[in-house]
Design a binder for this molecule. Structure first.
Ligand SMILES: Nc1nc2c(c(=O)[nH]1)N[C@H]1C(S)=C(S)[C@@H](COP(=O)(O)O)O[C@H]1N2
Ligand SMILES: [Mo]
Length: 352
């Protein structure tokens, strides 16, 4: 894609200019710009599904450089630094270990409210912890540096990486990882934005003095924990993100507003279940509870939909906020470099 075309597309979004220069992974070389997905939640009488998987063709890609070309034969994962027994794993070692599947939603910390840098997949891999125990992490270690073969690096506290739910994954939606998504292996660190989950993982280094990673050195959150937040995807058949967050509906026809309007989206938190998604159609004066599913994994997005029955034509401001045991989503971001936690405002015009 030509730079000008890309800028044009970015400008169609409200935060486009910020996005062009500051997004983690917003590199002209390797970014897919329009990974829209459709939720297909528009049979209101049907049950909400337990899972919606983002097809690979619509799964966003954020890479700060060109993806490295690795082969299973040559790939190695090295455990180095403050460990008693440095360890080198081959791909066979990974496959010989017990395998697990996990549903996990990946989101970029630079994803603007309601944006598309988010996708849900079922990942297959093996826990990291037994390998770390084998390598013997020394008590003086404070952090691990996770190294990608593209020289990407990020760091996390020892305790965060030594949780049993941290996985070394080699499959996405039952197929080997594609080159863009980290072939042959990446790490999943549940609860954190994408920047903490290096693709093409080749090194785990225990260090005794804290260090910041690639995006963190540029001011992005060093913890990069996922806040409680919701993303509106669709109002009737309109994908709101693609239309400057503005939807115009005529009263007539199946997708008009005469017989009600379906609003649908997703919500996510770092670790707590989403207890409610609330929708306001009057700019936040009153809120109604949306229908939602309850995923078995807290690391997978919650799906929700709301049926709105407006009585009169006019202009409306539509908001959706997520509530978890931890927090209730607020209108404004505290600091966008901690991830977008603010509520997206959608402007709806209903024509008579
Ligand atoms: N090695 C490596 N890992 C990386 C990155 C990268 O540039 N290099 N980008 C990170 C960022 S910013 C995000 S949001 C996720 C995106 O994962 P995806 O491209 O599979 O969607 O990968 C993360 N892991
Ligand atoms: Mo990212």
């Amino acid at each position: 894609m030509k730079r000008r075309q890309l800028l044009k597309q970015l400008l169609q979004t409200s935060t486009g200019l910020i996005a062009a220069s500051l997004l983690p992974g917003c590199q002209l070389l390797a970014q897919k710009v329009e990974p829209l997905f459709s939720l297909n939640l528009f049979q209101p009488d049907s049950r909400l599904p337990d899972h919606i998987i983002t097809p690979l063709s619509e799964f966003y890609v954020q890479s700060y450089a060109l993806p490295p070309n690795l082969t299973i034969e040559d790939w190695r994962l090295k455990f180095t630094g403050a460990v008693t027994q440095p360890l080198t794993l081959t791909f066979k070692d990974i496959l010989a270990a017990p395998q697990q599947n996990i549903y996990l939603t990946m989101e970029c910390i630079g994803n603007p409210a309601g944006g598309n840098l988010i996708g849900n997949a079922q990942w297959t891999g093996t826990p990291l912890l037994p390998f770390l125990e084998q390598a013997g992490v020394k008590p003086e270690a404070v952090q691990f540096i996770l190294h990608g073969a593209d020289s990407y690096e990020t760091t996390l506290p020892v305790a965060e990486v030594m949780r049993p739910q941290v996985l070394l994954v080699h499959q996405m939606n039952s197929a080997p990882l594609t080159q863009a998504h980290g072939y042959p292996l990446r790490i999943l660190i549940p609860g954190h934005f994408g920047q903490k989950q290096p693709k093409w993982l080749v090194g785990i280094e225990a260090i005794t003095k804290s260090k910041r990673g690639f995006w963190e050195r540029q001011g992005w959150s060093n913890t990069a924990e996922i806040p409680t937040h919701s993303l509106v995807r669709q109002v009737q058949n309109t994908r709101v993100w693609n239309r400057q967050n503005h939807v115009t509906l005529n009263q007539d026809g199946k997708t008009g507003w005469g017989s009600g309007i379906l609003i649908a989206g997703v919500a996510l938190d770092k670790s707590s279940p989403i207890t409610a998604i609330q929708v306001s159609t009057n700019g936040g004066q009153t809120w109604e509870v949306a229908e939602q599913n309850s995923p078995t994994s807290p690391h997978e997005w919650t799906l929700w939909r709301y049926r709105w029955k407006p009585q009169v034509a006019g202009k409306y401001t539509l908001l959706a906020r997520a509530v978890s045991i931890r927090e209730q989503q607020q209108l404004e971001d505290k600091n966008y470099k901690d991830g977008s936690a603010g509520i997206l405002q959608i402007h709806v015009t209903l024509e008579a």
